[in-house]
Design a protein around this ligand. Structure first.
Ligand SMILES: O=C(O)CCC(=O)C(=O)O
Length: 319
């Protein structure tokens, strides 16, 4: 499959570093939008092994690492325009894919996305870390447009990692509370965009962002974020929940079969397992993560027990 590239202007690259977020109009072709729409609906009805069975009454659906089990998401990651735009803002020799996350807010889904930055959730260190977020539905303030605090990626603070459901992913570090931005929004330089399907937002891992619930009676807001890293990113264990086995050691350049190099090209021995079939979470790591989560009584994850059993005897990752 041919890799899609999109050329950013020098102004867009400069704005990314100055503001911490840019809007890239019509990044995804109509064909990609159709495919993304189809796989988002598919994932909502058949969640990944990490997320497990869904609560049918919920109007908010999130899932992670779906590229490892869904071939359509895999193709978007490996052959879509994400790696190309990340490379241009990072100006790096290599671009590594970290993971994908879906955020589907149905009509009148009340849940806001609390203000946060992503950096403190992730076992990474470096400055070349960004997410590419896009919705396959038109988005406006009513239908849960993402909002960003301009320039917050240049602030010195690192904030507590609180998930959308209130789960606290912060580890031993001393982290500050995210400021109460909604208490006085005039103190902050907040930006958001009305988007059409195909448009995308590229934002730095330290940029504070959030969204209100979906107040639209008519519009769903079906979105996917893909997360990308450049040359300066290293692995820092213990910062977040992990689900997959890899051989990365503290401080090593961030890349592994479950975090593959995509730019300047795939590395055959790294990507072969995923091209050969789905890659499931490591049962042992998943169990430990779940035990930790339930011990802390912080996070509710409901992986599909059948998948854990199925995978118990299957090596996940040849690295
Ligand atoms: O789509 C949303 O509501 C949240 C997106 C988000 O927080 C992210 O992609 O990091």
């Amino acid at each position: 499959m041919e890799v899609q590239r999109k050329v950013l202007t020098p102004e867009q690259i400069e704005s990314f570093w100055k503001d911490g977020v840019i809007c890239i109009r019509q990044l995804y072709t109509e064909d990609w939008v159709t495919r993304i729409r189809a796989f988002l609906d598919d994932i909502v009805s058949r969640p990944s092994p990490i997320t497990g069975p869904r609560d049918p009454s919920s109007k908010f659906h999130s899932d992670v690492n779906t590229w490892l089990t869904n071939d359509e998401v895999r193709d978007l990651v490996l052959y879509g325009p994400g790696a190309s735009v990340a490379q241009q803002v990072f100006q790096s020799d290599r671009v590594i894919f970290y993971y994908d996350q879906i955020f589907v807010k149905e009509q009148l889904a009340p849940a806001p996305t609390p203000w946060h930055h992503d950096f403190t959730f992730w076992p990474l260190e470096g400055n070349q870390i960004a997410s590419l977020w896009a919705s396959v539905d038109p988005v406006d303030a009513e239908s849960s447009a993402l909002e960003f605090v301009i320039g917050s990626h240049r602030w010195p603070q690192r904030f507590r990692a609180i998930g959308a459901d209130g789960s606290d992913f912060s580890t031993g570090e001393t982290l500050e509370e995210v400021p109460d931005i909604d208490a006085d929004r005039s103190k902050f330089d907040i930006v958001s965009w009305e988007l059409e399907p195909g448009d995308a937002l590229l934002f730095h891992a330290l940029t504070l962002h959030g969204a209100r619930g979906n107040r639209s009676v008519h519009k769903k807001r079906r979105a996917i974020a893909t997360r990308w890293c450049g040359d300066d990113v290293v692995y820092r264990p213990g910062k977040a929940m992990e689900f997959y086995r890899h051989d990365l050691k503290d401080g090593e350049p961030f890349s592994a079969p479950v975090y593959p190099q995509v730019y300047p090209g795939l590395i055959p021995e790294q990507i072969c397992a995923r091209l050969a079939g789905p890659v499931f979470p490591d049962p042992e790591i998943l169990r430990t993560t779940l035990q930790r989560a339930s011990r802390l009584n912080r996070v509710e994850l409901r992986p599909d027990p059948a998948v854990i059993k199925l995978q118990a005897s299957r090596p996940v990752d040849p690295a």
